[in-house]
Design a protein around this ligand. Structure first.
Ligand code: C2E
Ligand code: CA
Ligand code: CA
Length: 422
């Protein structure tokens, strides 16, 4: 920014500028565009000592966007008319999106830009953009979220919560699933469903996974220590971390995980990775090779949300898997009607044929627990046993775990259900 006034960075993306600040000058290299959040920005040129105002942009308008698209010098100058708050979109963010865009779309943007530039050259009346368009607002919202999440990963604002995974036969605590939460300075605790899809689509998930694995490995000593204080009720715990299709596409993934384990001096058998059926199928060949490398290192892999995708069974049977996690939709449906219960039972039996133990997700009641134990499901996870909780709290839960209270009791389906649980 070519400053004649003063500017304050309140984060990487929000910039406060005082009246009179020169945001950029004609001829500058364009490395960012700005969305005006508050105040007015004047866009102007000077020719033969005469200043001409081309446009005044207000809240919701995008300023300086052309230079970040084609990297050419700024074709006009921009100055804050009054005190302004701006949201910055960097050329780097834009370039990453362009790299992912369809080649035809990239070409079209290039052509449109050249046309726009030649129009502007003949008639320098630049106009503010159409602020009311829904797509535009969504795109800005996404860019903002992307920047905020990237900052959150860097500033370690992400917290890991742990949820118990229980051996239904013995009632002993068997493992923990690590689930990420974002402690936002203004919006409080944000659940993963609100940012993981974007993090996955932008590729930021590779950094997120690395962060979560590092944090979990660093906490493994405390977790293992708590387990040792209650050996009658707790197994040698494993921790499961969720990974995405993009992690599997990264050829050095297994080596990175091995390095994280080495840094924290954690045995590979303490770590499990959970990957959804859909992610496995999206790049099956790469997935098989990474899964084999992980298996050779001694790291377990679970298929998450099992039953919701379209995996071919012969493919699944070839994978080195340590558990299949039955999606919680089957657990809740099985509580409602006998047909769904039979479907759920079939899924558990299918896993048995593949010789892979199952974990039922979303066990909310004793009836859920007893029903799935009756189907032959080995492990359960859900609110009945505990919600995801911070490290300090899960350590107390581990220390006071009571296996006898958690283990399943023989399940008697009602006569009307006609479900064979033998
Ligand atoms: P998931 O892997 O299927 O995780 C289980 C989700 O079910 C968690 O939601 C958990 O809080 C919730 N849950 C557990 N027990 C019960 C229950 O008894 N009843 C109900 N209704 N829900 C239950 P959460 O923590 O909001 O996570 C949502 C999803 O976000 C996860 O689904 C996972 O796909 C993703 N996710 C979470 N952490 C990470 C992460 O570190 N990396 C990646 N890539 N994805 C993550
Ligand atoms: Ca999971
Ligand atoms: Ca799941």
């Amino acid at each position: 920014m070519n400053s004649c006034g003063s500017a304050t960075l309140t984060g990487t993306t929000i910039i406060d500028v005082t009246a009179g600040t020169r945001l950029f000058a004609e001829g500058d290299r364009g490395d960012a565009a700005y969305v005006v959040e508050r105040g007015q920005i004047e866009i102007w040129v000077e020719r033969a000592g005469v200043k001409t105002t081309l446009a005044t942009s207000g809240p919701g308008d995008l300023v300086g966007e052309m230079a970040i698209v084609d990297g050419s010098p700024r074709s006009a100058s921009a100055t804050a008319v009054d005190d302004c708050r701006l949201f910055e979109i960097t050329k780097d963010q834009f370039d990453r999106r362009m790299q992912r865009a369809d080649p035809a779309l990239r070409m079209t943007i290039g052509v449109l830009l050249r046309r726009a530039r030649s129009l502007l050259a003949s008639d320098r009346a630049a106009r503010g953009s159409d602020v009311s368009a829904d797509g535009y607002q969504t795109a800005i919202g996404e860019l903002r979220l992307e920047s905020e999440v990237a900052d959150a990963i860097r500033d370690r604002q992400l917290e890991i919560h742990y949820q118990p995974i229980v051996d239904l036969v013995t009632g002993r605590l068997a493992g923990l699933e690590a689930l990420v939460r974002w402690r936002h300075p203004e919006r409080g605790l944000i659940l993963p469903d609100q940012f993981i899809p974007l993090v996955e689509s932008t590729g930021l998930v590779v950094d997120l996974t690395r962060y979560v694995i590092d944090e979990v490995c660093r906490s493994m000593f405390e977790i293992a220590f708590s387990a040792l204080t209650n050996p009658i009720n707790v197994d040698g715990l494993f921790a499961s971390v969720n990974i995405s299709a993009r992690d599997l596409a990264w050829t050095n993934f297994a080596a990175d995980v091995e390095a994280a384990l080495g840094r924290a001096r954690v045995e590979p058998s303490f770590l499990k990775l959970e990957v959804t059926e859909t992610a496995l199928m999206s790049n099956a060949d790469a997935a098989i090779s990474v899964l084999r490398q992980l298996r050779d290192l001694g790291i377990g892999v679970s298929v998450d949300d099992f039953g919701t995708g379209y995996s071919s069974l012969s493919y699944l049977a070839r994978l080195p898997l340590s558990t299949l996690k039955v999606d919680r939709a089957f657990v809740s449906a099985a509580a409602i009607d006998p047909t769904s219960a039979r479907v759920a039972m079939t899924i558990v039996r299918l896993a048995e044929i593949l010789e892979v133990p199952t974990v039922a997700e979303g066990i909310e009641s004793k009836a859920d627990r007893d029903r799935f134990a009756g189907f032959g499901c080995r492990y359960g996870q859900g609110w009945l046993f505990g919600k995801p909780m911070p490290l300090e709290q899960i350590r107390d839960v581990i220390g006071t775990w009571d296996a006898a209270a958690a283990r399943a009791e023989p399940f008697m389906p009602s006569v009307a259900w006609d479900v064979d649980v033998a």
